[in-house]
Design a protein around this ligand. Structure first.
Ligand SMILES: *Cc1c(COP(=O)(O)O)cnc(C)c1O
Length: 217
């Protein structure tokens, strides 16, 4: 399945985040042997344990909701945090990154789905964050793009529209805050069920779990 997905992505600018949450190290090693290096996890404790025992050149992406009190555990090694949904969280990531003398790449998570349960900012909240004095002083984080999760729905018109909305948020922020900043280039959208649509709508990072590893059960 890895080969099939990589083949599909080969003609696109999109990279694969292999979402390995709940999967054993052996399953990760199998993909690692085939060359996969970016893995995504959504739980801090699980991520910390896996990082400790798997190859050091894996780029670990934290894709799930992150509590401020847990940032310190992943700050030493995390390659990218997809789920920045408040100024408070970004502030904490900056603080912990500074302690590690690192710059951590992050994405602003937008709420694009119809479900109310999903985390994320809206455009005006993101702008408030980017306009803040606090953000201007954060030297140890780098905002490299946006992330969103579409509705879990069979309505592909709806899902496509939600991806279009995220792309338009990206374009707006690029125009207003990141023009000329070549680091601001990532649009993390698309999962097992909807990644093909996401790629068509401009995704640069698809986060695929069950399709790669089999259902989590
Ligand atoms: C689990 C998860 C995924 C992957 O979902 P699949 O449907 O298994 O591909 C992607 N993004 C986030 C934030 C997740 O928690």
């Amino acid at each position: 399945m890895l080969d099939k997905i990589l083949n599909e992505l080969a003609e696109t600018p999109t990279r694969l985040v292999a979402v390995s949450k709940t999967k054993p190290n052996s399953a990760i090693e199998e993909l690692y042997q085939k060359g996969q290096r970016i893995f995504g996890e959504n739980r801090v404790q699980e991520l910390v344990e896996k990082e400790a025992s798997l190859p050091k050149d894996i780029q670990w992406h934290l894709i799930g909701h992150l509590q401020t009190n847990k940032v310190k555990y992943i700050a030493p090694f995390v390659a990218m945090i997809h789920s920045i949904d408040s100024q408070k969280l970004l502030q904490e990531v900056n603080k912990q990154a500074a302690k590690q003398q690192r710059i951590i790449e992050v994405l602003l998570q937008f709420h694009i789905a119809q479900e109310t349960s999903k985390f994320g900012l809206n455009l005006s909240e993101a702008k408030t964050l980017l306009d803040s004095e606090a953000y201007a002083k954060m030297d140890n984080i780098r905002i490299v793009g946006v992330m969103g999760m579409a509705s879990f729905s069979d309505d592909l018109v709806l899902v496509r529209q939600e991806f279009k909305n995220l792309k338009s948020h990206f374009d707006r922020l690029k125009q207003d805050y990141f023009l000329g900043d070549e680091n601001f280039k990532e649009i993390s959208m698309g999962m097992s069920g909807d990644y093909k649509i996401a790629v068509e709508e401009g995704s640069t990072l698809v986060r695929i779990g069950s399709l790669l590893f089999g259902s989590r059960g």
